[in-house]
Design a protein around this ligand. Structure first.
Ligand SMILES: O=C(O)CC1=CCC(=O)O1
Length: 261
C-alpha cells in the first residue's frame, strides 16, 4: 500500500503485477480497494494493476464535504500522472463504474477501455431522494445505520448464508470508512448525470452486472449499453449488486475476453 499526495488530497493505492499494460480498479460506495481481491490473480497475468481507495473511503482522505464525479474522475487522472501512466484500461463497480463512464466520455485520450460493473448512469427520482435519506440516516446513526441494508443489497441471501466469515469482513470494511467521506460521495451520486452523454463515449465499454442487482437493474444496464457506441451488456447469474465478490468466477469469465485475459 502506498498513500499518494495528489495536492489537496492523499489517496491510498496499491500496485500488483508486472505486466506491460496498466489497468486501474475503482471501488463502489462503502468499499475499498480490497473489494477487487478475487480479480487480482487473473488480471496480473496480463496487467500491472493499480487499485486505489476512492476519496472518503478506506485509507484515503476526505478532502471536502461534497464530492462530484468531476472530482472522482480528476483523482484518476492525477493518479495516472503520479504513476506516469500514459494510458490504461479501467474497471469500476457501481460508483467506480460511474467514474469509468465519465472517463470514457471526457478522458478518452488516457483510457483504452472500460468495464462498467453494476452501475447506473443517472439519478432520477426516487434515487435522489434515497440519497438524501441515506445521508440523514448516517448523520443520525453513523455507518452502522446503513450497513445491514447495504450487505443485503450487495450480496444474495444464499451467498451471505454460505459465507459468514466473508460477510463479517465486508461488514468491517464498510464500517471502517469515514462517514463524512461516504456522505461526500453520496452527493456525487445524487448529481450523477452521465446517461445523456453515453453516446459520446469514445472507447469501448463492457457493461456487466448481477441478475439480482436492484440498484443497477439488468434492464437499466442494457439500456446504457444500447446508448453507448458498440456497448455490450453481460449479465452475471446469481449475483446481486457487488457481482465481483458475489459470483467471482462468473464475473472473471465475463470480463476475460474484453480485457484480453
Ligand atoms: O451501496 C449502494 O447502496 C449502492 C451503490 C450506489 C453507488 C455505489 O457505489 O453503490
Amino acid at each position: 500500500m502506498s498513500r499518494v499526495d495528489l495536492g489537496g488530497r492523499v489517496l491510498n493505492t496499491r500496485v500488483d503485477g508486472k505486466g506491460d499494460q496498466w489497468i486501474i480498479l475503482s471501488n463502489s460506495l462503502g468499499a475499498d480497494l480490497s473489494m477487487w481481491d478475487d480479480q487480482i490473480a487473473s488480471l496480473t497475468a496480463r496487467y500491472k494493476v493499480l487499485r486505489y481507495d476512492t476519496r472518503g473511503h478506506g485509507g484515503s482522505d476526505t478532502p471536502g464535504a461534497m464530492a462530484t464525479f468531476a472530482d472522482l474522475n480528476g483523482d484518476v487522472i492525477a493518479l495516472m500522472d503520479h504513476f506516469k501512466i500514459e494510458k490504461a484500461a479501467f474497471m469500476g463497480l457501481s460508483m467506480g463504474g460511474m467514474t469509468g463512464m465519465g472517463l470514457a466520455v471526457d478522458h478518452a485520450d488516457r483510457i483504452t477501455r472500460v468495464v462498467c460493473a453494476d452501475a447506473r448512469a443517472d439519478a432520477p427520482e426516487p434515487f435522489r431522494a434515497n440519497w438524501d435519506a441515506r445521508i440523514a440516516a448516517i448523520e443520525a446513526g453513523g455507518l452502522e445505520a446503513i450497513v445491514d441494508g447495504t450487505l443485503a443489497s450487495w450480496l444474495t441471501e444464499d451467498w451471505r448464508a454460505a459465507n459468514p466469515d466473508r460477510v463479517a469482513q465486508i461488514r468491517a470494511m464498510v464500517l471502517a470508512n469515514d462517514p463524512q467521506g461516504y456522505i461526500a460521495c453520496c452527493h456525487a451520486l445524487k448529481g450523477l448525470d452521465c446517461l445523456r452523454r453515453l453516446p459520446e463515449a469514445k472507447v469501448p465499454i463492457l457493461f456487466v452486472g448481477g441478475d439480482q442487482d436492484m440498484g443497477a437493474a439488468p434492464a437499466v444496464m442494457q439500456a446504457m449499453a444500447d446508448a453507448t457506441p458498440g456497448g455490450v451488456y453481460t449479465q452475471i447469474p446469481n449475483a446481486a449488486h457487488v457481482a465481483n465478490i458475489n459470483a467471482p468466477e462468473a464475473f472473471n469469465a465475463a470480463i476475460a475476453e474484453f480485457l484480453g485475459l
